[in-house]
Write a protein that binds this ligand. Sequence first.
Ligand code: ADP
Length: 244
Amino acid sequence: MIEFRDIHKAFGRNEVLKGISCTIPTGSVTVILGPSGSGKTTLLRSVNFLEKADRGEIILDDLHINVETASKADIHAIRQRTAMVFQMYNLFKNKTALQNITEGLTVVKKLSKAQAREKAIHYLDKVGLAHKSDAYPHELSGGQQQRIGIARALALNPDVILFDEPTSSLDPELVGEVLEVMKKVAQEVNATLVVVTHEIGFARDVADNIIFMDSGVIVEQGPPMEILSRPQKERTKQFLSRYI
Ligand code: ADP
């Protein structure tokens, strides 16, 4: 379980998260929807302290972290259990697809080179890119690069995978292959998935739970059938009317 308790974050005078509290069950797929600038990415990045929230608590199973007093050990512990898939893939440009995956396994997880290689090949295969193991990022399409990003996250065997708008930098024709891989991950992997996206179709098909945010607060949350088909709040209705 991941729980946010009263998370606040401001950038200067811009209050971006205004007391976010919610619980995300273990093994579930949660999609965070909301207009641009509503704080979705900041909330996601606060989980692994890529963005340090100002106050509140983040709880991941037995790990209870008060963000104000978080120690290096707390941050290390939560980073060990989470992995992130970035909007811009964030692959090492001078490393092959395979090396992009083995890097974290040898450096962070302390696997031997042979073990890391075996694991990387397994996950490259899972995202349908075993044949591209020796390709460099510039030799791959955006969709393929993002699938490598997903394989890299999976290979770390995290409890939680955080997806930060994973398809929003892709040309429209490449979005589908990445969503397909994410769907497969949702079905086959036990990790808890938290996905910030504007892909309403993905949310409808794959999410167990949708959180709708606006202006730094959670406006409403619930299963896709409720949030997408019978939204209760005006702000949710307005947002969805642009998509549906
Ligand atoms: P969303 O993901 O919903 O589009 P974000 O969390 O990216 O929203 O951003 C919320 C607000 O925080 C925006 O007004 C954005 O400009 C601001 N913001 C995000 N990151 C930073 C930062 N590093 N420095 C200053 N302002 C930021």
